[in-house]
Design a binder for this molecule. Structure first.
Ligand code: C2E
Ligand code: MG
Ligand code: MG
Length: 707
């Protein structure tokens, strides 16, 4: 409620008025009425153009109230001064007596209103209104200025941004593109403005991009953040990280889309490289084991009722080629092999490199074992063509193991393992063959594994022992030597023949500690027998290739002989043909070294290998032992008889002594005697027996005739 005593409002409104008036009294009246109306007034009176112009530059005015005509000035002239200043200040003409015409005139010249002097009732609302309108105009101007500024700012960002920026219409056509956007895709601005975003999208990502735009058009999407491929003008692919934002009008129709694109191609390439390293073999570019397992898993998951084939392929002679020609050539070979195998692939099949010379293939759909084996044959066939290595045609066969899902397993790792077991079998069968997995194979493998584990513990558990078989001089009929033969009585597996566990020991390297134990035990036993009076008794010990090839074999042997206090002359080392036939420098050196030390050398199982007797003259050998298999049939098979005779004759011509093993009958013995064979051993005289029993045999036959 207004205060009835004091009409002036409690808080006064400041008002700065420039009064254009020649009469001081009139001006005073105006000031009074404005103050009374509640304005906190600041004012100045001017009555010439110069004074007005000066006042305008000196101070800020909210309002100009001007008399119409003055001796040296007028409202139209004052309006001209105001206009000249460029300021937007409400201008009200206040005059005593002017006609309508002049009023219209002054309005036209830019006055905002026209009021008769003394008519305060009209003046005050006019001032109020004009101030309000002026404020409105000021606000509008400020807003327009701000908008212009923001547009300028946006324009500058748009033009100078490192990121690609574009605005697009709802249908994906470009409305604006910035220089970075043009540069990214190698188009000019003009070229892009005639295109849609789909025109520069990589075909692989068009469907996705279209879906996003339709979702936005349907109002289901306002923004999206994703990675996609673009196609540049020159056909190159660019990976972009895209942030799109759609703007809508009141009817929820897309007005346009703002798109921000970053080129992430280098980042993507780096990622690809990391992926390549993690999942692909660097030499051949094929998937590695890790990726192969993933792919197989996918295949099995989608297999449904299909049969899936898993094929593992291993090169037969890769190690040899690598050793002979060197690693570079080996690598070259692997590349050719991987290319040939890749050429055999059909759609959806994955070929991988699992090991140095091991490849694997998964076939998502095979029509049973027959068609699968045809594929295996085809793969083997494509490797049959010679491969040119160092200008030489090289033959590189392979072996293949096959396993089928779901028959052989429904688990990827087991399936790969089973194909590997089948591969192992195929290799045993000979080069260039393939085998299907069968559960029996697995059993054999499991048994092998179990045996290997037991064999590792056999020495510690004292399950190994030596049996001794006498060797008899045919002329005198006396025992001149003993052959130490290894026995294994496993607590769990029972008694296992050497033919079964020695190859395993060789493969696993267990033959080294075992062989050493055999030598120690045999040498000690020989020494004991010597001390028991069986002077000069020879001890024959079988030495495996792996043992013989140890760099410090001679050293170890020496050490054992010394520890046992056994004269080296009383030790005979039995080697198989294959060791000697390698004819390597090292072999010859070791053999010579043994010879120099006085150790005897015998070639065991002679005739079973591919050796030629004439080679033996290059080696310091004392004796050959004709293999049991010839002896077995000498009385019944004329070929074997002839071979045996020939071996003896030729050995004698090389000044080698000849022994025969596996003599079981009087007839065999007679035949060998006739041939001129010097020494024999076999069940006919004695089976291999534990030391104690062999000792008894010695007592009877060391000086007396055996058999
Ligand atoms: P080997 O050195 O040729 O041994 C001769 C094999 O013939 C022995 O089999 C022996 O028991 C057997 N034998 C001897 N006389 C007769 C006979 O009249 N009739 C028949 N049917 N067989 C006879 P064993 O003990 O089973 O040994 C088999 C092979 O295992 C040996 O063949 C040898 O190559 C290897 N071996 C045995 N002990 C050792 C060893 O300590 N170290 C190495 N590295 N190999 C050994
Ligand atoms: Mg032997
Ligand atoms: Mg033998």
């Amino acid at each position: 409620m207004n205060n009835p005593i004091n009409k002036e409002p409690a808080t006064k409104q400041p008002l700065r008025v420039l009064i254009v008036e020649d009469t001081e009294d009139d001006a005073w009246l105006l000031v009074r009425s404005l103050q009374r109306a509640g304005y906190e007034l600041t004012y100045e009176r001017v009555d010439t153009a110069e004074a007005m112009a000066a006042a305008m530059t000196e101070q800020v005015w909210d309002l100009v109230i001007s008399d119409y005509s003055m001796p040296n000035f007028s409202a139209p002239a004052a309006l001209a001064v105001l206009k000249e200043s460029g300021l937007d200040i409400p201008f009200i003409v206040l005059s005593g007596n002017i006609g309508e015409e002049t009023a219209v005139e002054s309005m036209r010249a830019g006055a905002h209103d026209y009021v008769m002097k003394g008519n305060t009732a009209r003046l005050l609302p006019a001032i109020d209104r004009e101030l309000r309108e002026a404020e409105g105009r000021r606000r509008r101007r400020r807003a327009e200025e701000e908008l212009r500024e923001s547009e300028r700012r946006f324009r500058s960002i748009f033009l100078n941004a490192v990121a690609g920026m574009a605005t697009l219409a709802a249908d994906g056509s470009f409305l604006q593109v910035n220089p970075a956007f043009c540069k990214m895709f190698k188009y000019t601005e003009a070229e892009l403005l005639g295109k849609t975003t789909f025109d520069i999208t990589h075909p692989a990502d068009i469907v996705l991009t279209r879906r996003l735009f339709s979702e936005a058009a349907a109002g289901q999407r306002q923004a999206v953040d994703y990675e996609k491929r673009f196609l540049c003008k020159d056909g190159e692919t660019v990976w972009g990280h895209v942030a799109n934002c759609w703007l809508f009008d009141d009817q929820r129709r897309v007005t346009f889309c703002v798109s921000l694109v970053h080129d992430i191609t280098p980042h993507h390439k780096a990622q690809q490289e990391i992926r390549q390293l993690a999942y692909f073999d660097t030499l051949t570019g094929l998937p590695n084991r890790q990726l192969f397992r993933d792919r197989c898993r996918d295949v099995l998951e989608r297999a449904g009722r299909n049969q899936v084939g898993l094929l593992v392929l291993d090169l037969d002679r890769f190690k040899g080629i690598n050793d002979t020609f060197g690693h570079e050539v080996g690598d070259q070979l692997l590349k050719v092999v991987s290319e040939r195998l890749t050429d055999c692939l059909q759609k959806g099949e994955t070929l991988a490199r699992l090991g140095p010379d091991e490849f694997a293939l998964v076939l998502p759909q095979v029509d049973g074992p027959e068609s699968f084996s045809l594929r295996a044959q085809k793969m083997l066939h494509c490797l049959a063509e010679p491969i040119e290595l160092e200008q030489q045609p090289t033959y590189c066969s392979a072996s293949v193991g096959l396993a089928l899902y779901p028959t052989d397993s429904d688990n990827v790792d087991t399936l790969i393992k089973h194909a590997g077991i089948a591969l192992h079998k195929a290799r045993e069968q000979g080069t260039g063959s393939y085998r299907f997995y069968s559960p029996e194979m697995n059993l054999v493998t499991c048994q092998r594994l179990a045996m290997e584990n037991r064999l590792r513990q056999a020495l510690d558990r004292r399950e190994l022992s030596l049996h001794y078989q006498p060797q008899i001089d045919l002329q005198s009929g006396r025992v001149i030597g003993m052959e130490a033969l290894l026995r294994w009585d496993s607590a769990e597996l029972g008694s296992i023949p050497p033919s079964r566990f020695i190859p395993l020991a060789e493969e696993t390297g267990l033959i080294l500690p075992i062989g050493e134990w055999v030598l120690e035990t045999a040498c000690k036993q020989a020494r004991q027998w010597h001390q028991a009076g069986f002077h000069n008794l020879r001890m024959a010990v079988n030495i495996s290739a792996r043992q013989f090839k140890q760099a410090d074999f001679i050293e170890r042997l020496n050490h054992i002989l010394q520890a046992a206090d056994l004269d080296p002359e009383h030790l005979e080392v039995e080697l198989t043909e294959s060791i000697v036939m390698e004819r390597s420098e090292d072999t010859l050196l070791t053999l010579t070294d043994l010879k120099v030390r006085g150790i005897k050398l015998a070639i065991d199982d002679f005739g079973t290998g591919y050796s030629m007797l004439s080679y033996l003259k290059y080696f310091p050998i004392d004796r050959i032992k004709i293999d049991r298999s010839f002896v077995r049939d000498i009385t019944t098979n004329s070929d074997d008889a002839a071979i045996t005779e020939a071996i003896v004759v030729m050995a004698h011509s090389l000044k080698l002594k000849v022994g025969a093993e596996g003599v079981e009958t009087e007839g065999q013995l007679e035949f060998l005697r006739r041939c001129g064979c010097e020494e024999v051993q076999g069940y006919y005289f004695s089976r291999p027996q534990p030391a104690e029993r062999a000792g008894l045999f010695l007592q009877r036959h060391f000086s007396g005739k055996a058999g």
